[in-house]
Each structure stands twice: as structure tokens, then as C-alpha cells.
Design a binder for this molecule. Structure first.
Ligand code: ADP
Ligand code: UDP
Length: 237
């Protein structure tokens, strides 16, 4: 499948159209950003590691019956996906407290959440992705009640699959963010699942193996992403 033209260039990926109106190419770049684009860097190999890790995870989710946009890997940094009408919401599930929930609610980090917590955020960098509830989503028409219910159900199904997958690799799935879109009337998981959009801690040592290493200037960011990939059995270049 050939690239036709650039549709959108985000903080970490560039999206291209193809000859098929129902298919896009995602190019995973080495660019990394945090704090709504305030902090940026180039991290060699990150695009390749994320493209391959995302492909592996999306395939696992498909096998478990979760509809995803993923079609196939095209190259080290590119994958073919279904073109979705993206819903401007981020669906977050938290199994352990970390990040914004600690700042927002004054709770300590590293507290088990059982049952897990689900949160919707509006995808809007200028507004710093504010937390929104179902009344906001309904009032402003970002998604229907049925779509919200489907996104929540699928996000929890992803939790069941991935908590186990990571635990088998000795990794705790602390929290993660998903984005969904519409495809011919169906709600489908889009975007990516990589260490850029979740928190992963070594189960024995609680060493951080995700983007917090970049946010907190801990170093060895891509090395940690590669360690996650290797432990999952993802074949890297
Ligand atoms: P951001 O937009 O947050 O800077 P990225 O750099 O990851 O993030 O850009 C990728 C963009 O592509 C995101 O806006 C995401 O919503 C969008 N996207 C991801 N998957 C699809 C898809 N299957 N169809 C259409 N758009 C998609
Ligand atoms: N997340 C993301 N993109 C965002 C916001 C959050 O991928 O724009 C991920 C983040 O990496 C973490 C989870 O969603 O795994 C929850 O993030 P949180 O609300 O704690 O925000 P943060 O502290 O990362 O700003």
C-alpha cells in the first residue's frame, strides 16, 4: 500500500492517506513529547520499537475479540490501519494510582485500585486534556450514550487481556489511555498501545518502564521500551 498524502502530523506519529479511502498509514516517528507538547526530544529507535510493540499488542487484542484498526506492519516505522472517524476522547483505566489522579485528588502514588478506575478526558492539548464526565460528552455531542458504553466495555476488556499479558512478562499495567473511532457504524480501537501511552512497572522492583522515564528525566527511555518489547517476545530490528 502506497502513501498518497499527509493527512495529519501529530506529536509522535504522522498519518497518511492511501489509494483506499478506508485505509491510512501510520508512521511512528522518533519524536517524543510530554506535558502537552511543552517538552520534546528525538529518541533514536523509538518509532520502530513502538510500531512493532503496537502491532504485537493490537494482534493480541484482535485475538481476544476486541475490534482494532490494525491491519498489518508495512515497514520498521509504518503500519496500515483502518481509517476511523476519531472520537475526541481519551479513555483511561487505572489499576494503580500514578500521575494526574494523584495530583487531582491528593492521593499517594502506588495504591492498588480494585475495582479499577475509569476516566474520560477530552482530547484537546490547548485545554490540557481536561477530565470530562458523561454529561459533558452527551451535552456537547462528542459521543452517544451507546458509544460511551461500548468504549467503556472495550477499555475494560483490554484491561483483562493486557494485565495478564504484561503480568506474564513480569510487568504491572498501572494505567493506560485508549482512543476509539467509528468505522462503518462500529466502535473500533484506534491510535496505539505502546509505552508512550501507558504506565508499566517491573513487578518485582517497580522500576518504571514507560514514558515517565522521559517525563521525569530518568534516562534510558528507549532502553526501557525495548526491555518491555523483549519481555513480551516482540521481534525488534
Ligand atoms: P497527537 O494527535 O495526540 O499529537 P499522534 O502524534 O499520535 O498524536 O497522532 C496520531 C493522530 O492520528 C491522533 O490524533 C489520533 O487520534 C489519529 N489516529 C490514530 N489512529 C487513527 C485511525 N485509525 N484513523 C484516523 N485517525 C487516527
Ligand atoms: N496518557 C496519554 N496521553 C495523554 C494523557 C495521558 O497517553 O494525553 C496516558 C499516560 O501515559 C498514562 C495514562 O494515560 O499512562 C494516564 O495519564 P494521567 O491522567 O495520569 O496523566 P499524566 O500524569 O501522564 O499527565
Amino acid at each position: 500500500m502506497q502513501i498518497e498524502q499527509e493527512l495529519y502530523s501529530g506529536k509522535a506519529k504522522t498519518v497518511y492517506t492511501t489509494a483506499d479511502p478506508d485505509r491510512l498509514i501510520l508512521r511512528f516517528r522518533d519524536d517524543t513529547s510530554a506535558f502537552d507538547g511543552e517538552k520534546t526530544a528525538q529518541l533514536a529507535r523509538k518509532g520502530m520499537v513502538n510500531n512493532k510493540t503496537n502491532a504485537f499488542i493490537m494482534e493480541q487484542l484482535e485475538k481476544a475479540g476486541i475490534p482494532t484498526h490494525f491491519e498489518r506492519v508495512l515497514s520498521n516505522n509504518e503500519s496500515l490501519v483502518k481509517r476511523l472517524d476519531m472520537i475526541p476522547l481519551e479513555c483511561v483505566v487505572r489499576n494503580i494510582t500514578a500521575g494526574s489522579i494523584c495530583r487531582r485528588l491528593g492521593v499517594p502514588e502506588n495504591q492498588d485500585l480494585d475495582p479499577p478506575v475509569f476516566e474520560f478526558f477530552l482530547k484537546n492539548d490547548e485545554l490540557h486534556d481536561p477530565l470530562v464526565n458523561e454529561y459533558h460528552i452527551r451535552a456537547f455531542g462528542w459521543a452517544s450514550d451507546e458509544e460511551m458504553a461500548t468504549m467503556k466495555r472495550l477499555t475494560f476488556e483490554v484491561n483483562d487481556v493486557l494485565k495478564q499479558l504484561f503480568m506474564d512478562a513480569g510487568i504491572l499495567l498501572v494505567d493506560y489511555k485508549l482512543e476509539f473511532g467509528r468505522y462503518h457504524g462500529q466502535i473500533v480501537l484506534g491510535d496505539e498501545f505502546t509505552a508512550d501511552g501507558c504506565r508499566l512497572w517491573d513487578a518485582a522492583t517497580r522500576k518504571k518502564l514507560d514514558k515517565d522515564r522521559f517525563r521525569q528525566d530518568m534516562g534510558d527511555v528507549v532502553e526501557a521500551y525495548e526491555e518491555v518489547a523483549e519481555r513480551l517476545g516482540v521481534e525488534l530490528d
